[in-house]
Design a protein around this ligand. Structure first.
Ligand code: SF4
Length: 167
C-alpha cells in the first residue's frame, strides 16, 4: 500500500498547530498527527473558520450542548454576548461533510470540547466552564454520515481503527 492509498483522516486544524482557535491560538500537535501529515493522510479543517468566522473570535457555546439540536433547528450557537452564530457553524459543518465525501473519509480526529468539534463533551452554554455529554455541530453532522469521530485524547483507539481499515 502506498502513502496515497492510506485511509485519509479529517483533523481539526488547531490540532495541527494552525492558530485558528477562537482565542487566536493553536491547540498543539501530537506526534502521531505529525506522522500522519508526513504520510499525506491528513485532511485539515477548522469548521468555524471555514464557516466564515474570524480569528480571533468571541467564544461560543450551545445552550444544552447538543450539536445535533443545532442541525435540526432546535438550538442555536451563541457567543458570550448572545450573538447567534449558528449559520457559520452549520456552514462549517457542511464544508466538513463535503471534504469527507470528496476524500472517502471514514475517521475524524477533532478537538475535544469544542462546540464544532467536540465528540463526547461540550460546554453547556452558561460560559462557566461546565461541560455536559454532547457533541459539536460538525461532529454531529459527520456522525450522521457514518464517520467515526474521535478526539485527540483517543489517538490509540484511532490507530486501531485505521489499521483495521488498511488491512
Ligand atoms: Fe477550529 Fe474545531 Fe479547532 Fe475550534 S476546535 S479552532 S472549530 S478546528
Amino acid at each position: 500500500m502506498t502513502c496515497s492509498d492510506l485511509p485519509k483522516v479529517l483533523v481539526s486544524a488547531c490540532l495541527l498547530g494552525q492558530p485558528v482557535r477562537y482565542d487566536g491560538r493553536a491547540s498543539g500537535h501530537p506526534g502521531l498527527l505529525q506522522r500522519w501529515q508526513a504520510e499525506g493522510r491528513v485532511v485539515p479543517l477548522c469548521p468555524e473558520v471555514a464557516g466564515g468566522l474570524p480569528t480571533p473570535r468571541p467564544p461560543a457555546e450551545i445552550p444544552g450542548g447538543q450539536g445535533a439540536a443545532v442541525l435540526d433547528g432546535g438550538a442555536q450557537v451563541l457567543t458570550v454576548a448572545g450573538e447567534d452564530v449558528s449559520a457559520a457553524f452549520l456552514a462549517g459543518a457542511q464544508q466538513a461533510l463535503r471534504l469527507v465525501r470528496r476524500h472517502g473519509i471514514r475517521v475524524a480526529v477533532l478537538k475535544a470540547g469544542s462546540p464544532s468539534c467536540g465528540n463526547r463533551l461540550t460546554y453547556d452554554g452558561t460560559f462557566s466552564g461546565v461541560k455536559v455529554p454532547g457533541e459539536g455541530v460538525t461532529t454531529a453532522l459527520l456522525r450522521r454520515e457514518g464517520v467515526l469521530v474521535f478526539s485527540e485524547l483517543e489517538l490509540d483507539e484511532v490507530e486501531r481503527v485505521l489499521s483495521g481499515l488498511s488491512a
